[in-house]
Design a protein around this ligand. Sequence first.
Ligand code: BTN
Length: 261
Amino acid sequence: MTDLYPLAILTAFEGAGLPRPQFRWFETLPSTNDTALAWLSEADAPPDLAFVVAGQQTRGRGRMGRTWVTSATGALTVSFLLHPHAEALTRLPLLGALAVCAALADFGIDATIKWPNDVQIAGLKIAGVLAEASWIGDTLRGAVIGIGVNLNEDFTGTPLAATAGSVTPLTGRAIDRAELLAALYRHLAHWCARIDEAAFFAEWRARLNMIGQPVRVTHGDDGRGLVEGTAEAVDPDGALIVRLADGRTQRLIAGDVTRLA
Ligand code: BTN
């Protein structure tokens, strides 16, 4: 049994004053992103912010080909469908991370963003975003923003114990998944309409937690690229500017950042 069933979702949206959403709910699904991408390719295009939500994922996918493992009721796993213009695609992961932070703030929870789109509490990753586009030749059919929020996952004794955490153990707050989903939807809708505005970028940037700090960044397709320096700034495309020891700067468009002690 799950707390995240269709009636609970509709009730949460109504309670939040939101319009009735279009969504597909599954108790268990391999990956909400896979199902959302398949929905995008159906003849009747789903509207913006239609979503696929699952009580549990069995083959969740993460960034850089990683897996995203969640238990039956310990996480919110959802994928929103969008029809952005192609230039906005690189901002979708940032949009997802910003919406998670803003939604958690509605519950009195302070979360920050580890560049570019991991959401953290107390230095532990509690949410991730996987944005994927669907193309027909050169034409953008649409995009999917997949979001996983760990609410009650237990990483004790796993390889993730040092880097991953869950909202409830970290904050003492129990969060209803349907209510969090409604809050997420509301903030996505707000910022999605403003994704080309400076305010969107400023809100995302204001939540970054490593600017000014010494960092190590692994990057590249095989994750073997290594940069160390000070995370100086992000540029208007969301790329991270790292100041190296010799005074030069390096610009990174993707990678995994770790704070150096
Ligand atoms: C990351 O590596 O940080 C991104 C994780 C994204 C996980 C979410 S859970 C819902 C959606 N469905 C998936 O298969 N992945 C994303």
